[in-house]
Write a protein that binds this ligand. Structure first.
Ligand code: RRO
Length: 298
């Protein structure tokens, strides 16, 4: 069965994409993901001025996941275009993840980056100015999305935070702003403490939880969003097997993104794509029929 899909304004050869953050910092690492079979790749979030990121430790392993507080390290969009150009040689769409602290700053970055699509990061869980503040207010989500849509001619995806009482309100706001898709979810705000010293382990004290621990949270968010929105939902959060991908697509995801599971190696893209294809064949259904199947059962 064919795994090709048109989602969020992009033609994808398969719906298994590299999530923002992990491995998205260089053209070489993005290309490696596309050569390993990813249907599209999302960059690390890029801002308008260079940032070193938070002091370490920046990542801690916990049961079934990772907590990170990288702190938006990036060279600024002015120095990142070359990496996007190199990433495009991988032959799959390159989606530039961007962050900013105002609609105008978002628009400015969008005007100056050339990528196949933009993913607005309105959801970093531990950066007050960038994401955790902006992304929790539906009116700001709507105005930022609208400003970027007006400034850019490529598809605009809006990545939502799970650190909110109602992610559906945020999705509806992104849709009103003209988003071509929403992406759910970013990491869940979390922390870990060293019990010998009593200190929080991360340099930033708290960070964002990713990995298998958050998959059920992501499935619920995608289900709620897909049931109510007219625009596609891209599912992300703890997907580490083809079974997880099937579940996320049944919840309503038109495509999925893989991040933390890359700890298993680049083979994960092929593994998920071939498992998904075999499943569709065994069930005699198309990818399109699988999408949102769980929502049609109620
Ligand atoms: O760089 C980070 O610390 C970071 C970002 Br921008 C984000 O969106 N989500 C996350 O878990 N970490």
């Amino acid at each position: 069965p064919s795994l090709s899909v048109h989602a969020g304004g992009l033609d994808l050869k398969n719906p298994v994409l590299l999530a923002a953050g992990i491995l998205g910092t260089t053209g070489a690492s993005l290309c490696r993901a596309s050569r390993a079979g990813a249907g599209g790749v999302v960059t690390k979030s890029i801002g308008s001025v260079p940032r070193a990121g938070h002091p370490g430790p920046c990542i801690v392993h916990v049961d079934c996941g990772l907590i990170n507080a990288m702190g938006l390290p990036n060279p600024s969009y002015k120095d990142f275009q070359a990496e996007i150009d190199a990433a495009r040689k991988g032959g799959v769409p390159v989606i530039a993840s961007i962050f900013a602290s105002s609609a105008e700053e978002f628009a400015q970055i969008s005007r100056n980056l050339d990528a196949d699509a933009l993913e607005l990061n309105l959801s970093c869980p531990h950066a007050e100015k960038y994401g955790s503040e902006l992304g929790r207010y539906p009116d700001l989500v709507e105005s930022v999305t609208g400003a970027v849509k007006a400034a850019s001619s490529v598809p605009v995806w809006v990545k939502l935070t799970p650190n909110t009482a109602d992610i559906l309100e945020l999705g509806l706001a992104a849709q009103r702003g003209g988003a071509d898709a929403v992406v759910a979810i970013n990491t869940l705000k979390a922390m870990a403490i060293d019990i010998e010293t009593g200190y929080p382990i991360l340099g930033n004290r708290f960070g964002g939880l990713s990995g298998r621990a958050i998959k059920p949270v992501a499935v619920r968010a995608v289900y709620d969003l897909a049931s109510r929105l007219e625009i596609p939902v891209i599912g992300v959060g703890g997907i580490s097997s083809w079974e997880d991908a099937v579940e996320m697509i049944m919840a309503g995801a038109s495509a999925i993104q893989v991040g933390t599971a890359l700890l298993q190696g680049y083979g994960i893209f092929e593994e998920i794509a071939s498992g998904l294809s075999a499943y569709l064949e065994r069930k005699s259904i198309t990818l399109d029929e699988l999408c949102g199947m769980a929502g049609r059962c109620s």
